[in-house]
Design a protein around this ligand. Structure first.
Ligand SMILES: [Zn+2]
Length: 75
């Protein structure tokens, strides 16, 4: 019994029907505040600025996330 492995080219793209979302997490000590994933970047920015206004916490980890799609090339 043998197995034949042949090389198949693939590419990876952002899914055409997916959307990019942004989320943010406050990095100040044990604060734990976060902005939920949202496709509207400006809205998340406003949430962060409002959080800074309330707390004085100025730093956030922002995460951009999309849905990836892998396709065979040439099909
Ligand atoms: Zn905070």
């Amino acid at each position: 019994m043998s197995t034949v492995l042949r090389f198949v080219q693939h590419r990876i793209i952002s899914h055409p029907r997916g959307e990019v979302t942004v989320s943010a997490q406050c990095l100040d000590g044990d604060c734990g505040w976060s902005a939920l994933p949202n496709p509207d970047v400006a809205s998340v920015d406003v949430e962060c600025m409002a959080h800074t206004g309330r707390t004085g916490h100025p730093t956030f980890a922002r995460r951009y996330e999309d849905v990836a799609l892998v396709e065979r090339v040439g099909e």
